[in-house]
Design a protein around this ligand. Structure first.
Ligand code: ASP
Length: 647
């Protein structure tokens, strides 16, 4: 600003600043006649000689500026020097646009500002991609390298605004329900969530490390022992895993814990909160069912073959054993008989309208089923006239095939896909086929938000390699009260778990919430008695020493009066991605990492300064650092970090 005296904004909470009276998204027809200042980026510039049009952009919108050489020669000279992405300030008068020149696609499209002064505040190089073409495809590596430019574009901007609205609505709902927001430390001790820890060497205590939290699990439970009653946090979590499509080494969870609760109490709150949050953030997107359906794990696996079912469409799994065995004798098909004899399942799903699938399509679906462990995939189709076809017709006979189609409610033109295998494989493969076909056939309404609960998971699953009972979800989960007597081994010694222990039948007070086929979150009512927690840890293969080394602080706390408590964590990145119709959480993160864990903008991770190793008493003895890290070490990488500058 050339103005020497700083101008006090009228209201410190308003968006007006010494550089602007209004934002670029604010002006309407009623503002015509106002003389004011604005500032922003040059979104587009059209030079007609004596007239220059500038679309001035900021986070709030776009306003058209007109600079007329005759009215304001100096302003015109500055405007003609400006280029896209220059930052400029403008002073001028709001005028209603001439009839026929209104722009209905802009909220400010009824007016323009006739500039009396234009000042260039900052120049810009030609950006590596067009900021003003939001739909232009840009390589993701380039977007990540120049994320600050990518965020200037409308889609990223809108997604970050949506995410902010989501977090705000979450906070509001929690405060209203008596929750206290508490930050837990980032430098802690390992809290196992089934992934590898990121560790941070301690300089003050050489030879020791902190772990970054995989979740604040133990800390939030300790807050319940501390009497905080209801805690929540928008918590950063760190898990050193091999990255897959929608994973990031650090991510954000809505983490909460409540005292004096049962499973239902937590589920009821989270459900009410999720409904309120969804309606606040996206009022235009309908919720499929309220209250959310609640399936036991058993029911979810039986009906959908998944513990995170997409309930926007049917295509439920059908048990075909009853019709196959209707005659009393065997099914006529040896493969089915063998499976059923040893307690396996023969189940199917109906792909509507796929009765005419080609050989290639069937082969491809069979390969898909095999990839997930099925021995094969049997199909039965009914053509438009109702005639039945199947490669196994000679074994089962037409009558049985028709009975199968009837049992599955398959009509003319539909395709019945059948898997015969052990119960887990049958459910899993059909569940995956169901999601795949649901997607391909467009069965799920993309506008709808379909939340559901899955609860009562098995407490443990046998880990034959390590000879122990692994917690299926959370190592701190409580057991369903009537199953508590099952939390024992056959030998009577909890430190000697074996595959035939009663513990294998125990069900956990564990619940997951799913949204449109994605797992959104999971939690449990915890074990709050020391003796029982030690027993559960023993079944999970922890020796007394290791248990006390890892969880000693928490076990001790339970000796000082722990209330019954439970909680949950929901993935904020996933939630935001689903609400923003994105399949990848990177699209709702300001500065995500690539699938190899690299920050392309800051060039992290990078080799440390040798002095940093020395201070920590460390020496690197592994293979040569990857190319990116080496580049950074020598300061040649983008934003090189030699000397620890940018990291
Ligand atoms: N700590 C668990 C997780 O991060 C959630 C919970 O049980 O509250 O998945």
């Amino acid at each position: 600003m050339s103005d020497a005296t700083p101008v006090q904004p009228r209201n410190a909470f308003s968006l007006a600043t010494p550089y602007r009276d209004v934002t670029c998204g604010e002006l309407r027809a009623g503002d015509a006649g106002r003389q004011l200042r604005m500032a922003g980026w040059v979104h587009r510039r059209r030079d007609l000689g004596h007239l220059i049009f500038i679309d001035l952009r900021d986070r709030y919108g776009i306003t058209q500026i007109v600079v007329d050489r005759d009215e304001a020669p100096e302003a015109h000279a500055a405007a003609s020097r400006s280029r896209p992405e220059f930052v400029v300030s403008v002073e001028g008068k709001v005028t209603e646009r001439l009839p026929g020149t209104h722009n209905p696609s802009l909220e400010t499209g009824d007016v323009e500002v006739r500039a009396t002064r234009v000042e260039i505040l900052s120049e810009a190089q030609t950006p590596p991609f067009y900021i003003n073409e939001p739909d232009a495809p840009v390589d993701e590596a380039v977007r990540l390298r120049y994320r600050y430019l990518d965020i200037r574009r409308e889609p990223m901007r809108d997604r970050l605004l949506l995410r902010s609205a989501l977090v705000r609505a979450i906070r509001d709902a929690h405060h209203r329900a008596g929750f206290v927001e508490i930050e837990t430390p980032i430098l802690i001790k390992s809290t196992p969530e089934g992934a590898r820890d990121f560790i941070v060497p301690s300089r003050l205590q050489p030879g020791t490390v902190y772990a970054l939290p995989q979740s604040p699990q133990q800390l939030k439970q300790l807050l319940m022992v501390a009497g905080m009653d209801r805690y929540f946090q928008i918590a950063r979590c760190f898990r050193d895993e091999d990255l897959r499509g929608d994973r990031q080494p650090e991510f954000t969870q809505l983490d909460l814990e409540m005292s004096f609760v049962q499973e239902q109490t937590v589920m009821d709150f989270v459900e009410a909160m999720a409904i309120e949050v969804s309606r606040t953030v996206l009022p235009e997107r309908p919720l499929l069912t309220v209250p959310f359906p609640r399936f036991t794990y058993e029911e979810a696996m039986e009906r959908f073959g998944s513990d995170k079912p997409d309930i926007r469409f049917g295509m439920e799994l059908v048990d075909l054993a009853p019709v196959l065995r209707a005659g009393g004798e065997g099914t006529g098909f040896r493969v089915f008989d063998e499976v059923l004899e040893v307690g396996g399942r023969v189940k199917g799903i109906v792909a509507p309208g796929m009765g005419g699938a080609t050989r290639r399509e069937i082969d491809e679906l069979t390969a898909f089923a095999r990839r997930y462990g099925a021995r094969g995939l049997v199909h039965v189709s009914s053509d438009a006239d109702g005639a039945v076809h199947s490669p196994v017709a000679k074994f089962l006979g037409e009558e049985r095939l028709s009975a199968m189609l009837r049992a599955a409610a398959a009509g003319p033109g539909d395709l019945l896909l059948v898997v015969a295998d052990d119960p887990a494989v049958t459910a899993d493969v059909l569940g995956r086929l169901r999601s795949e076909l649901g997607e391909r056939l467009g069965l799920a309404d993309p506008a709808v938000l379909a939340y559901c609960w899955v609860y009562r998971f098995p407490m443990y699953q046998w880990d034959a390699d390590n000879h122990r009972w692994d917690a299926t979800h959370n190592p701190f989960s409580g057991v369903v009260p009537e199953d508590e007597p099952l939390l024992v081994t056959a030998s009577g010694d909890p430190y000697r778990p074996a595959p035939d222990d009663p513990a294998g039948r125990a069900r956990a007070m564990q619940y997951d919430i799913a949204l449109n086929g994605w797992e959104l979150g999971g939690g449990s009512v915890r074990i709050h008695r020391r003796e029982l927690l030690e027993r559960s840890f023993a079944l999970q293969g922890y020796s007394k020493e290791r248990m006390h080394g890892l969880f000693g602080g928490m076990l001790e706390a339970f000796d000082f009066g722990a209330p019954p408590h439970g909680g949950i964590a929901l993935g904020i990145d996933r939630w935001a991605a689903l609400l923003a119709d994105q399949t990848n959480i990177r699209e709702v993160m300001a500065f995500p990492k690539t699938s190899s864990g690299t920050d392309l903008m800051l060039d992290a991770p990078s080799a440390p300064d040798p002095a940093q190793y020395e201070e920590l008493g460390l020496r690197y003895v592994g293979p040569a650092p990857a190319a990116g890290a080496a580049g950074a070490a020598t300061g040649t990488g983008p934003g090189g970090t030699a000397g620890g500058g940018a990291a």
